[in-house]
Design a protein around this ligand. Structure first.
Ligand code: HEM
Length: 439
């Protein structure tokens, strides 16, 4: 596949239909591309499993954690516990807004001392990742902290490694041949997990009974008090890893795309700024509630999540038993790709889908409407995004804080058309410099 995977799959669906099946090596694979089939797969428990891939097994042999574990009673308990305790520490809660706001101000301070053209990607990733650090470790890092930078580097590389050479997943014979890619893949995951294990040890040493400071404390307490056999340290390490993996690169990527599109379309940036100034008094901190009075800004966020489809193929699902999708038989063990990209760019469902046009999300009454069958940037159902509310809050508060403080433009002579991206599990923009200057 020389083309980006989501584009290749989209071509297949345009040629063969909304349910396409084929063999990738020895694995039966189904790609879904229409709102009806994608929603049907999200609704059915039998399609909410995860594949037991060779490459995943190398770094997570027991397939624990939220992302890699298949649909099961234990997985449901962990997902439920994670949502419950993370909401106690912030996930999607208004009490966490102060933390998001403070981090967005740190981010602005860093941008202010870098008035030259640069790609703000590394700072965005550090800022968003810090919010997960607060929830799981109970503290944030300075962006210049060497240990933090090294973990973030490894974490980001794990994404590339997951979409790198997957041939060993599909052609078992190849596993017999030693390979540098596989060694690097395992090393990257181990680096991040070693850091998480150190944090767990530190929490055990310093934690006090009944005083959960963060998610790790809450989990350790659950292990101790409830004596739950399915709450092990192995699960803890992998769940924490998942929060970082799923909660950092995704929101950060949405913000990176937004800055690029606002630089490319200054009139859209002006309109967002106008709305911010209309709704918020000078110096008044943004709150997620304010978004209700900022329909155009809301529409810009929705259009970015549609056009740039940060998770274009969601995460691969697996059939845990046989069933049907769109009337087609799907055998047990089939890998299922939900092609959100194809749905978000389907010309039958969206007018000129490749165009950046936030107005498409504005209803006749001027309010932002999101009730499109073909709009599912966070997935839905059993495997829908756990961090949707948190992501939206972060997205909004960082966007408002940045745009009211800085103008975002391309350096003279650079106006990429189109703005190009790369598929690395998330669809992220290529490196582009921006001038981010104080207003
Ligand atoms: C713009 C930001 C984000 C986007 C577009 C996004 C998108 C998605 C999508 C499409 C899925 C579904 C995967 C599937 O079909 O299996 C997903 C799952 C997930 N997301 Fe997000 N996400 C974002 C931010 C976050 C954040 C901030 C967190 C924080 C914890 C998070 C945690 C997760 C987890 C743990 C899963 C796996 C759920 C499971 O396997 O049951 N996401 N996300």
């Amino acid at each position: 596949m020389s083309k980006e995977t989501h584009l290749y799959f989209t071509d297949l669906s345009r040629e063969y239909g909304d349910v396409v099946s084929f063999y990738l090596g020895n694995r039966l694979t189904v790609v879904l591309s229409s709102p009806a089939t994608i929603r049907e797969a999200y609704r059915k428990t039998e399609f909410s499993g995860r594949p037991r891939n060779y490459l995943v097994k190398l770094y997570n042999p027991l397939f624990t954690g939220i992302v890699d574990a298949s649909y099961s009673t234990t997985w449901k308990k962990h997902r439920h516990f994670a949502v419950k305790s993370l909401s106690a520490f912030g996930l999607g809660k208004s009490s966490f807004e102060a933390q998001i706001l403070a981090e967005s101000q740190h981010f602005s301070n860093i941008l202010a001392i870098h008035p030259m053209a640069l790609d703000p990607g590394d700072f965005v990733v550090a800022a968003i990742s810090n919010l997960i650090c607060v929830m799981v470790f109970g503290h944030r890092f300075e962006y210049s902290d060497k240990e933090f930078q090294s973990i973030l580097h490894s974490l980001r590389e794990t994404f590339s490694s997951l979409v790198g050479d997957r041939s060993r997943d599909y052609i078992p014979l190849l596993r017999l041949v030693p390979n540098k890619f596989v060694t690097k893949h395992v090393t990257l995951f181990e680096e991040v997990k070693t850091y998480i294990r150190r944090q767990i040890e530190e929490h055990k040493r310093t934690g006090k009974p009944g005083e959960a400071r963060d998610y790790i404390d809450a989990f350790l307490t659950e292990m101790d008090t409830a004596k739950r056999t399915d709450f092990t340290e192995n699960w803890l390490v992998n769940v924490v890893f998942d929060f970082f993996a799923a909660g950092t690169e995704t929101t950060a990527t949405a913000l990176r795309w937004t800055f690029l599109y606002l630089a490319k379309y200054p009139e859209v940036q002006e309109r967002v700024l106008g709305e911010i100034r209309e709704v918020l008094a000078d110096g008044q901190a943004p709150q997620y509630e304010d978004l209700k009075r900022m329909p155009f800004t809301d529409a810009v966020m929705c259009e970015i999540l549609r056009l740039c489809s940060v998770a274009p193929l969601a995460l691969v699902h697996s059939a845990t038993e046989e069933g049907t999708i769109g009337g087609f038989h799907v055998p047990n063990g089939t890998d299922i790709y939900l092609n959100l990209w194809a749905m978000h760019h389907d010309e039958r469902l969206w007018n000129e889908p490749m165009e950046f046009r936030p107005e498409r999300f504005l209803g006749m009454d001027g309010q932002c409407r999101k009730d499109f069958e073909a709009y599912l940037p966070f997935g839905t159902g059993h495997r829908g995004c756990m961090g949707e509310q948190l992501a939206k809050m972060e997205f909004f508060i960082f966007l408002v804080t940045t745009i009211r403080t800085f103008s975002v433009t391309f350096p003279i002579g650079l106006k990429p058309d189109p703005i190009e991206g790369t598929y690395k599990l998330v669809y992220e923009p290529k490196t582009y410099d921006l001038l981010i200057q104080k207003r």
